[in-house]
Write a protein that binds this ligand. Structure first.
Ligand code: GLY
Length: 351
């Protein structure tokens, strides 16, 4: 039996389901098993990208397809415009259901297109990247980038379902897979010390093909995010915890193209954990565990540009509130605290 078939078999019947805000069902399980159950009996329009379409067209072959370009450069108003025009050409109306199949870029753009076209169509996701499954596709944030600022234009709108089939992660490159691991480690540091221990014990060279362990880890990471989104859907409080490591990660991504998002998050997480340790909020042993896990997962923790250079970008963070920013500090593994502080105070911690 081929690997793909055997992992699908392994996943049949092994399902984890999480509901968010009673509107969104996130399932870690077999797409072959769950898609027929979750797809409504209506006209469906699929949004995907050329790469994903090549792999999974047969899964949903009969529906109209809209394909977008690859990579972060496709996350633009221009792509949205093209989608709206194709919706109009296809005669899409409010009775249609939009099914996005892809990683975080496809689901962010498709979710925004669906939630705004004709004031909102229902939509669901099949999330095909580890980053998408543990973060981007879950929680109802949709949007596009603008003028170099990430997710500057978007909506909070929950997908009716998100299917996370870990056997689909088999085709990811090692680098793409690792970028999702950064968000998984982030989730563990925020609120799940058992997940952190499981990751410490994991053999990262075998994880991508260990469907059972991977499904469990993905489920745990989603559970961290879901419980936060359940408390604070629109990021006026606890949802800020999910930005752990992101203040400097965004600065890294703006200053250099060397790191992808997950790599920048890993580096930003390590820097803020070290700062937390210097302030006496995080014990040195816990700081060491975070650094060791990130290193063992294969992340480079030296920023690609000098920290002084990164700090220049921090003022421009779109989440800055006037001259203050909300910074997430690890106080323990599984426990983080959001502190609002003047940008200058944040910068002083790294001097
Ligand atoms: N990726 C952070 C959030 O969904 O709030």
């Amino acid at each position: 039996m081929c690997y793909f078939c055997s992992t699908i078999q392994a996943l049949v019947g092994m399902n984890y389901t999480i509901n968010i805000k009673d509107r969104s069902q996130v399932v870690v399980g077999s797409v072959a098993e769950w898609l027929p159950r979750l797809l409504p009996e209506r006209r469906v329009v699929v949004i995907s990208d050329t790469n994903i379409d090549r792999h999974y067209h047969s899964l949903v072959g009969d529906f109209d397809h809209i394909l977008i370009g690859l990579g972060e450069t496709s996350k633009t108003l221009h792509t949205l415009d093209a989608i709206y025009r194709q919706f109009i050409e296809l005669g899409v109306d409010r009775s249609c259901f939009v099914l996005a199949i892809g990683g975080g870029i496809v689901t962010d753009v498709a979710g925004f297109a669906a939630s705004t076209f004709m004031r909102g169509l229902e939509f669901g996701f099949i999330s095909t990247s580890l980053l998408g499954q543990v973060d981007a596709s879950v929680g109802g944030k949709n949007g596009v980038n603008m003028d170099g600022y990430k997710n500057m234009v978007g909506s909070f709108s929950q997908p009716r379902f998100v299917i996370c089939d870990v056997s689909m992660l088999r085709t990811l490159s090692a680098r793409e897979f690792r970028t999702g691991l950064a968000e998984m480690i982030k989730a563990a540091v925020i609120a799940d010390k058992e997940l952190f221990s499981l990751l410490e014990e994991a053999d990262f060279s075998a994880l991508q093909s260990d469907a059972h362990l991977l499904a469990d880890l993905v489920y745990r990471a989603i559970r961290v995010k879901a419980s936060i989104v359940e408390r604070d859907e629109r990021e006026s409080g606890d949802r800020r915890l999910l930005n752990l490591g992101h203040t400097l990660a965004h600065a890294i991504e703006k200053s250099s193209s060397k790191f992808n998002h997950g790599e920048a998050v890993a580096c930003g997480l390590n820097l803020v954990a070290e700062a937390s340790c210097r302030r006496g909020d995080l014990a040195p042993e816990q700081n060491e565990r975070i650094r060791n896990l990130l290193e063992r997962a294969g992340f480079e923790l030296e920023p690609p540009v000098a920290v002084s250079q990164l700090l220049k970008e921090v003022n421009k963070d779109k989440k800055a509130e006037g001259s203050a920013i909300n910074v997430v500090f690890p106080h323990d593994i599984g426990h983080c605290v959001v502190e609002k502080m003047p940008v200058e105070e944040f910068k002083a911690m790294f001097k």
